[in-house]
Structure formats: C-alpha cells, structure tokens
Design a protein around this ligand. Structure first.
Ligand code: FAD
Length: 623
C-alpha cells in the first residue's frame, strides 16, 4: 500500500542521530516523517547514561547552537553535572552530564511531539525505493510504502546486529530490540563498502545490593554547569552523586582465567571495538602491568535502583560477569539486573559519503550516526543534525552545507570520516582538531548560531537571546578598552592588591583583564570598576576573548593561510594518473578516496605536501 502523503524528508531510526535529523528538517519547514522501530525508545541511550565529556561536550554545544535538542534534554535529564578539565585552558574544558534515562527520553519525545512538520510512525523500515540511482522512498515491514524526496538512515547498531554473551550469540539491535536484517541485506546489494564493528556494555547492578560506604562519592559541580545556551538551572532535576571503586588483582585473575570463554579472545567476534572505551577483558590484557582500573558507579536515574558500572564493559559469560562484579570492593553481594554484552553490526565506509553526508552512489540518500562507523550519542546527534539539514536542502534543490574544520568539531568529524574513513569506532577528542582554541565549547553559539538562523534551524527566542548576548559582549569589551585606572584613581589600592607588579602608569581595564593573575570577576568586585556583566557565560566570553586575543589572532592567520587552498575544488570521478609526477601510492589513494577539495586531499594519510603542490600546478594549468 502507498501512503497518501508524500514527504520531503524521511528519517529512519529514532536514536540520537535520527531525532536530531528529523528535528532539523522539520525546523526548516520540511514535511518530515520519523520512522522508527519503537516509539518508546525514541532518544534511548543504549549504553552509559551520560551526555558530553571531552570533545563530545563540544559537539553537544554545537548541536545546541544550531537549535538541536541534545543539550536541552541533557539539562532536563541531568542528575550530576561536571565541567571536566576545569583547571585547564578553555579549549579543552568540557561539560558532562549524568542523565536519568527516563527523563532524557521523555524530554526528547516531548520536543519531537511538539515540533511542527514531524509525523512519527512506528514500524521497521525493511527496504528503500531507488529509481535511477535516486532514493524516492522506503518500504516498511508490513509493506507500507512512504514516498519522499530524500531519506536519512540512522539505524545505529541494528544492521545485521549480533549480540554476544560468552560463546553464545543471538540476533538483536541492542538488548531487548530486534535487529534490522532485511534492510541490512538490501543495503549490501547497493554499491557501498560495508564492514563489521563491535561495541559492548557492562552488566547493570541493583544499587540496594551495593555497599556504597566502601566507595568514594563523587558529587557534581556546584553550581551545576548548564548544557544548553538556552538552559537554566531551574530546568535541572535533583542532583545525586556517582561513586568510585576499582578492580583488583582478584578481578583480573577471574578475567585472565576465563579468556578462553570470551567471544573476543576466541575469534568469535571479528568486528573491531572502540579503542577508547575498551572492555574490561581488553584493559587487563592491554595494560597487563596495571593492578587496578577505576570504575564509576553511575546512577541510571532518580526513580530506579539500577546503576551503571562505567569501566567494566564485558562480553564474558554471565557466571564470569558475576564473579568479576563480586570481586570488586563494595559489590561483594551485588545483584546483576542485566548482563553485559557485546554487539557486532554492519557499518558503511564513510568515504562513500559527501561531506553533506549524502551517499556518493544514491542521490538523496543520507547516512548519519553509528552506521558511519562512529560511536557515541554526541557524534551521532551532530551527524544527524547535519544530515537532516542537508536532506532538507536537497528536497528544495538547494546547495548542501557542511562546516569547515576551523568552524566546528562537527566539521572535523565529517571531514575525518569522509576523507580518511575509519577502521574502528570513531569518537571525538579535542586532539582531533587543529584549531582547538577557536573551537571551544563556550563559543559554539558565536561560531554557529548565525548559520543556523540562516537555514531556519534557530527559533526566534534563541536568536533574540543570542543577539542580546553578542551585544552585551561587544559593549562590555568597549567599556573595558575605554576605562582607565590611573595612579590617582580611587580603585588603585584595590587593583594593586590584585596585580603582581603595582601600576606605575595608567592601564585600561582591558589590559588588567589580560594579566594572567587577574580575573574579570575579581576586577569587577572593585566598587569603582564594576559591577560588570551579570550573566556568567557572557562574562566568561569577555574574559576569554581578552586573555587569549593574541593566540586567537595567530590561529585566525593560520586558518586564513590554510583556507586559500582548502576550498579549491577537485574534478569529480577523476583519474589522478593523469597528474604528472604523482607516485603510484598517491594516485591509488586519491583515486580510491576521490576527495572533493584540495584541503580534503591534503588530509588523506600518505598524501604529502609535495603531492598537493603537484595537484595545484595541474589545476592551475587546466585553468
Ligand atoms: P541508535 O541510538 O542505535 O538508534 C538507532 C535507532 O534506529 C533505534 O531507535 C532503532 O530502533 C532504529 N532502527 C534501527 N533499524 C531500524 C529500521 N530498519 N527501521 C526503523 N527503525 C530502525 N557509545 C559510546 O560512546 N561508548 C560506548 O561504550 C558504547 N557502547 C555501546 C554498547 C552497546 C551494547 C550499544 C548498543 C551501543 C553502544 N554505544 C556506545 C553506542 C551508542 O549507543 C551509539 O553510538 C548511539 O546510540 C548511536 O546513535 P544512532 O542514532 O546512530 O543509533
């Protein structure tokens, strides 16, 4: 049966990528269908109940700056908030929120259900309708056909999903959910490169069977950081602590003695797992000299006793899991509520995507999230937003958009994936960005909100708040530049108490803020100089802009230099054998990757600056 209405954008999958994709397309006024297995699992966190962290928090702020839902839901669901790296420079500071799973899901569902232009439908998508290399719709499990101008696939770990606990395995998309078998089969018929990856999760535990007095409490920050640029402390629910404990030699012995029953160490699992989120069996094998590993006991919510022991992800058999858990201090009598497991799934080589996340082989078909070889809610959400935006643009025959590496972590993520591909689950780190000082969490709004507004992603309330903040920053910076403390000034004594070397001549407030030993807040407490800005986030911007101005200018110069060639387009489906002087290795890599721009080509591993010069000479000759 053909559904009567035609859509502009169909999004398949209601996880983190899918919800942001559907919301983005709908905010842009496109008629959007969100098709997902189960409405109860919209916004479900498959693994740890937390949003953010280093690199990841940056992505969440960018999603937020572009009008997305993740940060707002994290504020509504967050039960322990921290700023990581708070003693380090602003580039690597990152927000992390422990979330109540149910509150987070409820917040996402509420945002979805109140967003005009979205229809939600519960069914499995089993097939794609492709005509003349262009997607025109999808077919559900019961044979219902939905037609659309573009389709975004965000099916997570579900494609050909195989769950492993010990040497037993069964099909599944994640615990309790069915896999996508028919769709996986259909996608394998299309000309995309496909491979398998693996990820895993720890057993969950009943908190009533844990002795928390044996563990170290870890409270959140006070005051709590707020995730969304539109968020308020009053959005946040009750805050509760996490706890810290450790594995020990006994735990490690249990694991070592049972590696012959591990699906990973007996070759049953072939997919590569996340390097930075390894299973406990991986950790004790790779770091054999360590006699303990830290475990964070993270609450799953305010209304449940279940906790998530972060750090002991495992696919060992259940009896071994129980021995592992009970060998740990404070968990000697612990009851496991759900076993840990590993899951293997299909992912598609992201080098077969354009930087809009549209596939290179099927027009109008976009991929986002775990299907592209990434891991993590934040990486998925950011890609989802971009794919939804570009699917919406595609449905209007408009040019696509993707941020540059100098503009957003989202730009770094997409460029890394589409240029270099990935052999293991890809997660974001600040070290992946070359322009870290520009890509801070705190300035994600000034980097992206204007762009989001241009596309229709940013609503009036966010836009008004953003403009007011920018205006306040500009006015305050001007005031600090033009206000002086001279040797006869009433505030001199108070200022001299703050600075290392007393003032011998007049200094502007801007110069004083620039001094490493002075903070803006301290200076504003001096009665003749303050009170300054009230909103801490706005005040922080002023302070960072002044203190880091020199470094920021230097980085801007580097970006300008880099950009001269960055956007230079390369021919499509080009045979690089026709460029004189390139080595066979370089030709093979360029032919395989088919980069869109010279900038992209320069980041393919093995492509030397000399090869880039040859390419530029060739392009110049072609005129
Ligand atoms: P998902 O959140 O998986 O959402 C996919 C959605 O698509 C689901 O709603 C599903 O029902 C729906 N769907 C699938 N197929 C169809 C279909 N054919 N028709 C309709 N709907 C469909 N991340 C980490 O960062 N660290 C970890 O350690 C980690 N461990 C994990 C362990 C496990 C066991 C699992 C399952 C995931 C783990 N993750 C981890 C990954 C994290 O859950 C994902 O990165 C993130 O959820 C990906 O988001 P997504 O939107 O791409 O997919």
């Amino acid at each position: 049966m053909l559904y009567q209405e035609t859509f502009d954008v169909i999004v398949v999958g209601g996880g983190h990528a899918g919800t942001e994709a559907a919301l983005a397309a709908a905010r842009m006024g496109r008629k959007t269908l969100l098709l997902t297995h189960n409405l109860e699992t919209l916004g479900q966190m498959s693994c740890n109940p937390a949003i953010g962290g280093i690199g990841k928090g940056h992505l969440v702020k960018e999603i937020d700056a572009l009008g997305g839902a993740m940060a707002i839901a994290a504020d509504k669901g967050g039960i322990q908030f921290r700023t990581l790296n708070s003693s380090k420079g602003p580039a690597v500071r990152a927000t992390r929120a422990q979330a109540d799973r149910q509150l987070y899901r409820a917040a996402i569902r509420q945002i979805l259900e109140n967003q005009p232009n979205i229809s939600i439908f519960q069914q499995s998508c089993d097939d794609l309708i492709v005509e003349n290399d262009q997607v025109t719709g999808v077919v559900t499990q019961m044979g219902l056909k939905f037609k659309a101008k573009s389709v975004v696939l965000t099916v997570g770990t579900f494609l050909g999903g195989q769950i492993h606990i010990g040497l037993q395995s069964h099909s599944g998309g994640r615990a309790g959910d069915p896999p996508s078998i028919a769709l996986a089969k259909r996608l394998r018929e299309l000309p995309f490169r496909v491979d398998r990856l693996k990820t895993g999760t720890p057993p969950r535990i009943d908190a009533r069977t844990i002795d928390f007095s044996q563990m170290q409490p870890q409270p959140g920050d006070n005051p709590t950081p707020v995730f969304s640029f539109m968020g308020k402390h009053s959005d946040q629910p009750q805050q509760i602590p996490c706890y810290i404990t450790f594995t020990n030699e006994k735990t490690h012995d249990v694991i070592r003695n049972n590696l012959d029953r591990s699906p990973m160490y007996t070759g049953v699992i072939e997919g590569i797992g996340p390097r930075y989120c390894p299973s406990i069996e991986d950790k004790i094998t790779r770091f054999a000299d360590k006699d303990k590993h830290q475990i964070f006991i993270e609450p799953e919510g305010l209304t449940t006793h279940e906790v998530y022991p972060n750090g002991i992800s495992t696919s060992l058999p259940f009896d071994v899991q129980l021995s592992i858990v009970r060998s740990i201090k404070g968990m000697e009598n612990a009851h496991i509520t759900r076993p840990g497991y590993a899951i293997e799934y299909d992912f598609f080589d992201p080098r077969d995507l354009k930087n809009s996340l549209e596939t290179k082989f099927i027009k109008g078909l976009f991929f986002a999230g775990q299907i592209n070889g990434t891991t993590g809610y934040e990486e998925a959400g950011a890609q989802g937003l971009l794919a939804g935006l570009n699917a919406a643009l595609f449905s209007q025959n408009k040019d696509s958009w993707s941020p540059g590496r100098e503009q957003a972590y989202l730009g770094v993520l997409v460029d890394d994936l589409t240029t270099m591909g990935t052999k293991e689950p890809y997660r974001m780190f600040t070290s992946r960005a070359e322009y870290r000082l520009m890509l801070r969490e705190d300035n994600a709004d000034s980097r992206l909100t204007e762009k989001g507004r241009e596309f229709g992603l940013v609503d009036d309330a966010r836009w008004a708040a953003f403009n007011e903040k920018m205006e306040q920053i500009a006015l305050e910076r001007q005031r600090l530049k033009q206000s002086w403390v001279h040797p006869q000034h009433a505030a001199l004594t108070a200022v001299n108490a703050l600075v290392k070397t007393p003032l011998s001549k007049e200094a502007s407030l801007e110069e004083l803020v620039r001094r490493p030993e002075v903070t803006y807040a301290q200076l504003m407490q001096i009665s003749d100089l303050g009170p300054g800005l009230e909103d801490p986030a706005t005040a922080e911007q002023v302070e960072i802009q002044i203190k880091y101005e020199g470094y920021i200018h230097r980085q801007q110069d580097e970006i300008a230099k880099q950009q001269r060639n960055e956007q230079t387009l390369l021919p499509k489906q080009f045979d690089y054998g026709s460029v004189r002087g390139l080595s066979n290795e370089v030709i093979a890599k360029l032919n395989q990757t088919q980069p869109q721009t010279v900038g992209q080509a320069s980041r393919i591993s093995g492509i030397t600056p000399a090869a880039i010069s040859l390419l530029l000479v060739y392009l110049k000759k072609q005129g």
